[in-house]
Design a protein around this ligand. Structure first.
Ligand code: PRP
Length: 311
């Protein structure tokens, strides 16, 4: 039986892409708010015995997480065999350490909660800094799609003479891969976070890079504080106005306009979150990764005679 794909509000384009790329059935899910703010859920497709895929963006996660839970629980109530989540942006990974006494390790709490009602998870470039693998905090099978090939392709087509710049050591993992695939040099800065919107950066010697077009690449742009500070420091160092690329364009409040006003030459993002800056399509990479998760686990070979323990 083919899987069935349900979209939570706002994820219709990705859900349609997944249905067609995976040969899955588009499912009908009616999710709306009662006047008192509670969520109404109704499944309009037969799910008994099937794998159900819920597509749910988890930016601004608090308002989306409970409807996600209720949709998953309703699918199970109606007999779905497996409920998988495709969350192009996965929330609650930034509080991955107790920074100050008394704080909650919300990355772990959220992971434990999602793991309690889902059977698998696909996301794009999760914010893995002090947590090395999603499997360290998720108790369900997880698969990660990397946006790097799509970003590298964009750079090869539109801006081949780039110098890629990652704002902090965590960004090394994807900036180095994009640089390799795009055939560009790259460097990584040192960042210290001073507050929710403020960071301090250390730049290496930039003189030798003046011939290149700088491109800032980061996984998340939220307040844009990191990108704004980097743009300012690069301009001070005499480099041209940089292109800014974010995998996950959260852009809280006026962050997008603030980054443009700060002097970015252009601001682009991947379509993991629907936003005016979307220019790099990762839907196909997500579909390939979901296909991996749908593969049955390799069956165990029967023990051969030679491998048998001596009697
Ligand atoms: O647009 P902004 O509001 O600046 O947020 C985006 C930045 O925040 C995240 O790192 P963070 O500083 O949380 O990294 P950490 O894991 O080192 O704490 C992310 O990797 C970006 O660099």
């Amino acid at each position: 039986m083919s899987p069935i794909v349900f979209s939570l509000p706002g994820q219709e384009a990705l859900a349609a892409h997944l249905s067609s790329a995976l040969g899955a059935e588009p499912g009908a899910l009616n999710l709306r708010q009662f006047p008192d703010g509670e969520t109404y859920v109704r499944i309009g497709s037969a799910v008994w015995g099937r794998t159900a895929i819920l597509v749910c963006g988890l930016d601004q996660p608090n308002g989306k997480s409970l409807p996600l839970y209720l949709a998953a629980a309703t699918l199970r109530e109606h007999g779905a065999r497996r409920v998988l989540l495709v969350a192009p942006y996965l929330a609650y990974l930034r509080q991955d350490k107790i920074f100050q006494e008394g704080e909650g390790l919300t990355s772990q709490h959220y992971a434990r909660w999602l793991s309690s009602f889902l059977d698998g998870l696909v996301t794009v470039d999760p914010h893995l800094h002090r947590i090395r693998h999603l499997d360290d905090i998720y108790a369900i099978p997880t698969r990660v799609a990397a946006a790097a090939p799509a970003i590298a392709q964009w750079l090869r087509q539109h801006q081949p003479n780039s110098l890629l710049i990652g704002p902090d050591e965590e960004s090394e993992q994807w900036v180095s891969r994009i640089a390799r695939e795009a055939g560009c040099p790259h460097l990584v800065l040192t960042k210290e976070r001073l507050g929710d919107r403020q960071v301090a950066l250390r730049l290496p010697e930039m003189e030798q890079h003046r011939e290149h077009q700088p491109v800032l690449i980061d996984d998340i742009i939220a307040s844009a504080g990191t990108m704004i500070e980097t743009v300012g420091r690069l301009r001070q160092a005499g480099l041209p106005a940089p292109t800014c690329i974010g995998v996950h364009p959260i852009f809280a409040g006026s962050a997008y306009q603030d980054l443009i006003h700060a002097g970015a030459a252009r601001v682009l993002s991947c379509n993991t979150i629907v936003h005016a800056s979307n220019a790099i399509d990762v839907h196909n990479l997500i579909a390939e990764t979901v296909a991996e998760l749908l593969l049955p686990p390799p069956s165990l070979k029967p023990a051969s005679a030679s491998a048998a323990l001596p009697a």
